[in-house]
Write a new protein. Structure first.
Ligand SMILES: Cc1cc2nc3c(=O)[nH]c(=O)nc-3n(C[C@H](O)[C@H](O)[C@H](O)COP(=O)(O)OP(=O)(O)OC[C@H]3O[C@@H](n4cnc5c(N)ncnc54)[C@H](O)[C@@H]3O)c2cc1C
Ligand SMILES: Nc1ncnc2c1ncn2[C@@H]1O[C@H](COP(=O)(O)O)[C@@H](O)[C@H]1O
Lengths: 325, 265
């Protein structure tokens, strides 16, 4: 048995936030199973990424450094990972619930005929099984699920696990050859338009969201201002998105993004069940709404009943002063 | 070339859930308890557009489910799919996503000249989004997930735009492909009056395990995940603390103090 494997995602030579979280969760699972933690580092020019995986707690690194892996393609990485897993039989494989992580988990499970549980928000080791807590039915219920066979493949929700801290650990990676040559990889990437700068909703520590209560596209100005003061991301309800006041990228909820920030400030949002589905796991929720009976107050720890156009500028001013901005 | 669209019946988004004896039950007092998975509406629309704009000979809807899923397949017919097939067998009950993928792959294989299989991003019950890639692997087709636009379909290739965490990626792949679509791809149409009449008269063929040559690897016994432990959310045992004061400035000051004390800033 070759222990617990974690799939590492990286950009410009740096570990992505989700991968530090997966390393942190992987460390705990490894310790629980009494098995080593191996980081999988695939890409081009990734020697530095391998060093960083060691620094963040990996006991071993299994890497592949090849031009065909320069950008993630599941038909390149999937067969590589599945082949390694077939040969070395890891007990568990953890991946981030990112777009790439989800694709790779599904590919690997299908190729190995292995069980897969996605979107874990908590893990616990019981004997040789990893019990995964995950929301189901749009977060209206919870379940504790485990994979009965091996490897146990699990994806983790972003921001649900503390990130591994960087320490002084070092080690020598083992490098393997790619599974497919460029000629055997069917998809060709012909363009990439990188995401605009700004804090992404799923990575954000703090989210300030606006709903129909902002009244129009200009109404987002005080919401955006508070988000900027706090270094947070800007969210929205579907009502505001459907009205065309703000792009769909910003939508939080069942048919938008699922977020788990430390602080979620809902402004002019009633708190419909579909909106809750996307933000209920926030550690703290603050609501600002002029209707004291709005359902959002049932979720919130703190609330202000009042007009967001009066409250938000006052909040931004107060934070600016307190944060010395 | 035909386009196939895989759709699932799910609880409505407003359904209210309860758990008894580890089984989730739900009802929707104000509406329909089950609906076409909201993400699949975009997949159905895109399959119809493949027919209208990209030369697909037909858009065929398939669903694995029980008899009641015929209702959602009729919605697909009413929107404009030309054929709909229900894939149902007692042996399929309790399948995990891999079991479902095996069944759907077998059904897609049985559809003559299917070259593009369209899926929703995820089903809102399990919320896994695992099925499309797993079906692709079982078929040996290329998966293209999170597709936000189909740019071009030629006789042998497809070019799509994908919305991934890093940004917007444009990729070309040879047919056949499995695609999963995101909301940005289109605006699903409403069923037309004529469409609804036609759908109501349609009889939907049912393919069972024997018709598909599926023999094992499906159903509860083959499921590799243990799903037996489902339970309600713990109460969020918070009572909202309303910040009251004479002026917004004073309210802001009190709230900001609390948030610093709570160390969320
Ligand atoms: C299939 C489906 C999927 C859905 N998915 C999502 C989803 O992903 N995300 C989502 O958010 N919704 C989703 N919805 C929609 C959801 O049901 C609600 O319609 C929506 O969340 C309401 O948005 P809202 O709270 O901004 O608007 P409203 O419910 O209209 O609430 C506006 C609130 O603003 C308050 N307000 C007004 N003016 C002010 C002011 N000046 N100051 C302070 N407060 C003010 C009002 O008191 C009110 O509570 C979905 C619905 C369906 C059917
Ligand atoms: N039983 C099913 N029958 C047909 N299509 C399905 C079924 N289950 C899942 N799908 C398709 O796979 C997508 C992803 O589902 P899931 O992996 O369950 O989140 C859905 O949006 C559907 O397009």
């Amino acid at each position: 048995m070759s222990g617990v494997w974690v799939f590492i995602e990286h950009q410009d030579g740096q570990l992505k936030a989700i991968s530090k979280e997966v390393l942190g969760a992987g460390r705990a699972v490894s310790d629980g199973l009494g098995a080593p933690l191996t980081a999988l580092v695939f890409g081009q020019n990734v020697v530095g990424v391998a060093a960083s995986a060691f620094a963040h707690g990996a006991d071993a690194v299994l890497g592949c450094d090849d031009a065909s892996l320069a950008r993630f393609r599941v038909e390149a990485v999937g067969p590589l990972l599945a082949g390694l897993a077939r040969a070395r039989a890891p007990q568990a494989l953890l991946l981030g619930g990112s777009t790439n992580g989800r694709d790779l988990a599904a590919w690997t499970a299908a190729e190995l005929d292995a069980g897969l549980v996605s979107d874990g928000i908590a893990l616990a080791v019981a004997g040789d099984r990893v019990k995964v807590t995950r929301p189901v039915y749009a977060g209206k219920l919870l379940s504790t699920v485990y994979v009965k066979s091996s490897p146990q493949i699990i994806t983790l929700r972003s921001r649900a696990f503390p990130a591994a801290a960087a320490g002084g650990k070092t080690g020598a990676a083992e490098w393997v050859a790619p599974a497919r040559s460029e000629a055997d990889i069917p998809t060709k990437i012909v363009g990439l338009e990188a995401k605009k700068a700004g804090v992404s909703l799923t990575d954000a520590n703090i989210i300030v969201s606006g709903g129909r209560g902002v009244g129009g596209p200009e109404g987002f100005a005080p919401v955006r201002e508070l988000a900027e003061v706090l270094g947070g991301a800007l969210g929205a309800s579907r009502a505001a998105v459907d009205a065309g006041w703000i792009p769909y990228d910003h939508q939080v909820g069942q048919t938008g993004k699922t977020v788990s920030p430390n602080l979620y400030i809902a402004c002019g949002i009633s708190g419909a069940i579909q909106h809750q589905a996307g933000m209920r796991t926030a550690k703290m929720i603050v609501a600002i709404n002029k209707d004291a009976d709005a359902p959002i107050f049932k979720l919130a720890q703190y609330g202000i009943v009042g007009d967001l156009f009066k409250i938000l500028p006052a909040l931004s001013a107060e934070f600016r002063q307190r944060l010395g901005k | 070339m035909k386009a196939v669209v895989c759709i699932k019946q799910t609880p409505s988004t407003t359904a209210v859930f309860a758990v008894d004896n580890g089984v989730a039950r739900w009802d929707d007092p104000g509406g329909k308890p089950v609906v076409l998975n909201p993400w699949d509406e975009y997949a159905v629309e895109e399959a119809i557009r493949l027919k209208e704009n990209h030369g697909a000979a037909e858009a065929v809807a398939i669903s694995m489910g029980d008899d009641s899923s015929a209702e959602q397949l009729k919605t697909c017919l009413a929107m404009g799919c030309g054929e709909a097939i229900l894939v149902a067998d007692a042996a399929f009950a309790g399948s995990d996503s891999l079991g479902t993928a095996r069944v759907l792959a077998a059904a897609i294989r049985k559809i003559d000249d299917a070259q593009i299989a369209v899926f929703g991003k995820q089903a809102i019950d399990g919320d896994t989004g695992q099925t499309p890639v797993q079906v692709a692997v079982k078929l040996g087709w290329t998966p293209l997930t999170f597709v936000s636009a189909i740019k071009e379909v030629t006789g042998s290739t497809i070019t799509v735009e994908r919305l991934i965490d890093e940004g917007k990626e444009t990729v070309t792949a040879p047919l056949p492909v499995v695609i999963s679509v995101v909301k940005e791809i289109n605006e699903p149409r409403y069923p037309s009056f004529m469409g609804i009449r036609k759908a109501n008269r349609a009889t939907i063929p049912v393919w069972a395990a024997a018709d598909l040559g599926v023999n094992g690897g499906v159903g509860a016994a083959a499921s590799q995940a243990d799903w037996s432990h489902i339970y309600p959310l713990p109460e969020r045992n918070t009572v909202v603390q309303l910040i009251e004061a004479d002026t917004p400035e004073e309210q802001a000051r009190v709230l900001v103090n609390k948030l610093f004390e709570e160390k969320v800033i």
